[in-house]
Design a protein around this ligand. Structure first.
Ligand code: FAD
Length: 449
């Protein structure tokens, strides 16, 4: 059992690295777990194959912070996240020589659509005290006059014969949450977490790849790196993003999971705001289930647009996360940008196709797995399904508590750990994120969680 230990961590006389906890991955969640474990006194080591923190999928994250999830648990966690981003400097408690990531609180417009997502969400908002306004169609038109107030349901691809047809009906309205927004630089936010963790004794190593998980018969004992070195710890946490299933297979824990993960390719595009519109300063993050897109302001007076994974958009599952097409495709660019042009008719379609391509690590029900495993000492924070950047600090807090409780003998599988959140005072039941859960039928099975 690893109790809160002495400070330090480092090499033994044989040159082996020895720590209390090894975290595989230094994305935003991996770095947040390091910070929170370090706050509890654990000597942590993050290992990442890339050159710096947050250089993996985190760097291409849209970093949207919003509360609309289909489950109460999802809303509770995201609502708690608002306070961390609104009080980022205080949370970190350190200076970062690179500066601090900034929270841009645009608010979120969740358009009411035939997906019915807004109805589920509203119940949770009321119960959990999420601040919101309900807008009817007139209010929506008044608040965002650049939006077409019509419904184009169902979401479709531009090749559909009725893609450019008139709206089928007026939109019913929207739900507006003033507390939401986005983080301007997700990689910098991760670097901030690294510095905060390091201030409490955490260590980070980059350009090192984990190729083996070491275990004594009944407990994890460390990892082997591709350069042949070993790092030893009685706790290893898999936060490897789209490589999560590969790491789980190395640890031999996949057979003990009812919910698994796999990588999904996702494109995000950037287009200039319509002429005369200062979208960068006045634009609102919008979730448009009616056309199947989400969009938010982006620097340079651009609009960033992604897909909400409607049925018409093909899902491109990726077997090898080290080998997939990283180029923006004409078909998906047109699907997302043309849908945006339906919602914002004054948009000029650019000739140049700009955007980024990266991987979501998606679980079977698009709800993350924050859990232990059948191998004692081996934990996972995976399956973040394109929507957990916002929750990174909350997950850091929850995972550190889960690990600490289990390492002190608590049987999390029988009696799931509950964590009281710092800001909203909610009890997060971590059993909701168990690897042993039945696939959740109430999920949206999309990025909306
Ligand atoms: C295009 C896109 C848009 C998104 N938009 C949003 C959004 O708007 N809002 C939101 O809340 N979330 C969003 N997300 C999701 C969010 O970005 C992720 O949930 C989050 O960044 C995951 O962080 P992570 O710490 O798990 O690590 P990741 O960023 O996934 O990084 C995992 C790290 O593990 C390392 N690694 C893997 N294997 C090994 C190994 N064997 N050895 C060493 N290192 C290894 C990798 O190098 C990588 O750095 C988006 C994701 C993508 C891809």
């Amino acid at each position: 059992m690893a109790g809160p230990p002495s400070r330090g961590g480092g090499s033994d006389p044989d040159g082996n690295l020895r720590f209390d906890a090894i975290i595989i991955g230094a994305g935003v969640i991996g770095a947040a777990i390091a910070y929170e474990l370090a706050l509890l006194g654990y000597r942590t080591l993050n290992l990442d194959r890339l050159p710096a923190a947050g250089y993996g999928p985190t760097s291409n994250s849209c970093s949207i912070v919003r509360a609309h999830y289909s489950s109460r648990e999802g809303v509770a966690m995201a609502h708690e996240g608002f306070s961390y981003w609104q009080n980022w400097e205080q949370y970190l408690g350190v200076r970062d020589e690179s500066g601090l990531a900034r929270y841009v609180q645009t608010g979120t417009i969740l358009l009411k659509s035939a997906t019915g997502h807004h109805a589920k969400v509203l119940d949770h908002y009321r119960e959990l005290g999420v601040e919101y306004e309900e807008w009817d169609a007139d209010e929506l038109a008044r608040r965002v006059p650049i939006y077409d107030p019509g419904s184009f349901w169902p979401p479709k691809r531009p090749v559909a014969p009725d893609f450019w047809s008139d709206p089928v009906a007026p939109l019913e309205g929207a739900i507006y949450t003033p507390g939401s927004g986005y983080v301007n630089d997700p990689q910098l936010a991760t670097h901030n977490l690294q510095r905060a963790a390091e201030a409490h004794g955490a260590r980070f190593m980059f350009r090192v790849e984990v190729v083996e998980i070491l275990s004594s018969p009944d407990r994890v004992s460390g990892v082997t790196l591709s350069d042949g070195r070993a790092a030893h710890a009685p706790i290893v946490v898999n936060v490897a993003g789209p490589h999560s299933s590969r790491i789980n297979r190395l640890a031999g824990v996949e057979d003990g999971m009812r919910v698994k993960t796999r990588a999904l390719r996702h494109e995000v595009h950037h287009v200039p705001a319509p002429p005369g519109v200062d979208f960068e300063s006045t634009g609102v993050h919008t979730s448009d289930g009616d056309t199947g897109i989400y969009f938010r302001p982006e620097s340079g007076n651009n609009i960033l647009v992604g897909s909400e994974d409607p049925e018409c958009d093909p899902r491109v599952w990726v077997d090898d996360p080290d080998s997939y097409d990283r180029h923006v495709t004409e078909a998906q660019w047109e699907a997302q940008v043309f849908r945006l042009a339906r919602r914002i008719p004054s948009l000029r379609i650019p000739t140049e196709r700009k955007g980024v391509v990266d991987l979501y690590d998606v679980s079977d029900d698009w709800i993350p797995i924050y859990d232990r495993s059948d191998l004692t000492g081996f934990y996972m924070a995976i399956g973040t399904s394109g929507n957990q950047f916002k929750n990174a600090p909350v997950v850091g807090h929850a995972m550190a508590a889960l690990i600490d409780r289990v390492e002190h003998g608590h049987d999390h599988d029988r009696s799931p750990v509950k964590v009281k959140t710092r800001h909203t005072g909610e009890q997060l039941d971590l059993g909701f994120y168990s690897r042993l859960r039945a696939v959740n039928p109430d999920s949206s099975y999309s990025v909306n969680g």
